[in-house]
Design a protein around this ligand. Structure first.
Ligand code: SF4
Length: 96
């Protein structure tokens, strides 16, 4: 039985896919096409959320994870930081 919280990699839709799709080393139209193919694979992945959470938590700065590009994750982290900074200090775990 699969524990999706810890074994999500074992059931990712990218298992067996060309790793170059998820970690293109070049830039330009060919790399863009690779990324688009990877994102389409992620679209049908049953552990997309777990994969994305891992990438965000570990600060993965390269590759496609959870249906996101590195730029997507940077934007998501910035938005999360902005939201957190707007919360009252008491809700941020700060004792005043
Ligand atoms: S979300 Fe994408 S990168 Fe993550 S396990 Fe699924 S197919 Fe692989």
């Amino acid at each position: 039985m699969i524990d999706y919280a810890t074994d999500w990699r074992a059931v990712g839709a990218c298992l067996g896919a060309d790793p170059d799709l998820f970690f293109p080393i070049a830039v330009g139209p060919a790399a863009t096409a690779q990324v688009q193919r990877a994102l389409r694979i992620c679209d049908g992945c049953q552990v997309r959320q777990q994969c994305l959470e891992f990438a965000v938590r570990t600060g993965e700065s390269h590759g496609i994870w959870g249906g996101t590009t590195p730029d997507d994750r940077v934007r998501a982290r910035r938005a999360r930081t902005r939201r957190a900074s707007r919360r009252p200090l008491a809700y941020q775990g700060v004792t005043v």
